[in-house]
Design a protein around this ligand. Structure first.
Ligand SMILES: [Zn+2]
Length: 126
C-alpha cells in the first residue's frame, strides 16, 4: 500500500476545516521539511514523495500542530518538541497496537470507529 494513493484532502481540527495539500519535492527540500502547516489558512501541506512511514509520521505531526493551535499552545517554546515526540509516540502506539487502538476508537466514538473501518477497508482495497 502506498500513501500516494488517495491521500486525504480534508482534515477537521477543532472547529476548523483544514485542507491537505501536496508539497512539492523542491519546496520541501528548500524549506528542509517533510511537511508544514499553515495555521492561518488552515492548510496542511505534505511531501508525499517520502517513504510511507515518513509521510504517515509527517501527517500526524502536522495535524498535531493544528491541535496545538486550536488549543492555544502554538506559541509555547516546546511546542515543536512536543509535536515531534507526540507524533512519534502516537505512530508507534497505533502501529504496534492495532487491536487496542481499534477498541479505543470504538469506545471513544462507535460511529467514528465504523466510518474508520469502512474508510480503512476502501483504502486497503485501492
Ligand atoms: Zn513541526
Amino acid at each position: 500500500m502506498s500513501t500516494r494513493k488517495r491521500p486525504p484532502t480534508k482534515l477537521a481540527i477543532g472547529a476548523y476545516g483544514f485542507t491537505v495539500s501536496r508539497m512539492s519535492e523542491e519546496a520541501a527540500r528548500k524549506a528542509g521539511v517533510f511537511g508544514e502547516t499553515d495555521l492561518h489558512n488552515q492548510d496542511v501541506a505534505i511531501n508525499f514523495g517520502n517513504t510511507d512511514q515518513t509521510v504517515a509520521n509527517t501527517f500526524l505531526h502536522e495535524a498535531l500542530h493544528g491541535v496545538h493551535w486550536v488549543s492555544g499552545l502554538e506559541d509555547k517554546p516546546l511546542e515543536e518538541e512536543f509535536t515531534r515526540q507526540g507524533a512519534n509516540g502516537i505512530c508507534e502506539l497505533f502501529r504496534r497496537n492495532p487491536k487496542a487502538m481499534a477498541w479505543w476508537l470504538a469506545t471513544l466514538d462507535p460511529k467514528a470507529a465504523r466510518e474508520f473501518a469502512t474508510a480503512l477497508s476502501a483504502h486497503l482495497a485501492a
